[in-house]
Design a protein around this ligand. Structure first.
Ligand code: PEP
Length: 259
């Protein structure tokens, strides 16, 4: 069985004290409670990855980066390469987040290059996809998701999706306090899995499809119960260790009641 993978994306938040306290709290929690179904990861900003890696030493908490450059080295002022991330213990890299698509004008083609550089250096991309409210209202969700996946499928083939994560994040649900309908999310996740399955059944079965968009401890039940929802990418509710831990605790309980 795939672990239910919960990632906290801290975005542009935190400082050294925050990092220390947060990780200590999660470590205390994990010392008391063994996770049977969930896997967890945190995504601090670049500046705190190194420190986080030191604090996370000897734990099962994986380290995720929020971004990476498409180049390995050279004259690219202000950028961070995949080798640099690897060097400090990063395992996963978020790409295609709507905030980067919107505020940094990242295109599907550019995101495909990031996907390639991550895969070819043996780290795991978390590819965020999802539609705007207008696209949802125009019934275009599946087309948009397919288009965001297609660029990578066409550039790199279905094999590139082996051992990767797709995070379906409807843009209108992110940070809005209003999560999507879990049944509708299941429907989209199934569409995404079937879309990959048309090219390779095994890869489609193994791919982890997370949901992201205003998840909190009070709304996770129905999401977790859906067959094709394999985890969460969480923004706001991951900004306190207490909330993040509550979500993980509750997820463990719900999953154990299903099995
Ligand atoms: C996100 O930004 O990926 C996200 C899911 O944020 P939030 O949980 O705050 O909606």
């Amino acid at each position: 069985m795939k672990p239910f993978f919960i990632i906290g994306n801290w975005k542009l938040n935190g400082n050294t004290i925050f990092v220390k306290n947060y990780i200590n709290k999660i470590k205390n929690f994990l010392n008391k409670k063994k996770l049977n179904y969930c896997k967890i990861s945190i995504a601090p900003s670049y500046t705190y990855l190194y420190l986080s890696n030191i604090y996370l030493n000897n734990t099962k908490i994986a380290l995720t980066a929020q971004n990476v450059d498409i180049n390995l080295s050279g004259s690219f002022t202000g950028e961070i390469s995949i080798n640099m991330l690897k060097d400090i213990g990063v395992k996963y890299v978020i790409i295609g987040h709507s905030e980067r698509r919107i505020f940094h004008k990242e295109t599907n083609e550019y995101i495909s290059k990031k996907f390639h550089i991550i895969k070819s250096n043996d780290l795991i991309p978390i590819l965020c996809i999802g539609e705007t409210k207008l696209e949802k209202d125009m019934n275009q969700t599946k087309d948009i998701c397919a288009k965001q996946i297609d660029v990578i499928l066409n550039d790199q083939g279905v094999q590139a999706f082996n051992n990767t994560i797709i995070a379906y994040e409807p843009i209108w649900a992110i940070g809005s306090g209003k999560s999507a309908n879990p049944i509708e999310v299941q429907n989209i996740h199934k569409f995404i899995r079937d879309y990959i399955a048309q090219k390779d059944l095994n890869i489609s079965k193994n791919i982890i499809i997370q949901y992201g968009g205003s998840i909190n401890e009070n709304n996770i039940d129905m999401f977790i119960k859906q067959k094709d929802i394999n985890g969460f990418l969480i923004g706001k509710a991951s900004l306190t260790a207490e909330n993040f831990i509550s979500i993980v605790k509750k997820a463990e309980k719900i999953i154990s009641s299903i099995h």
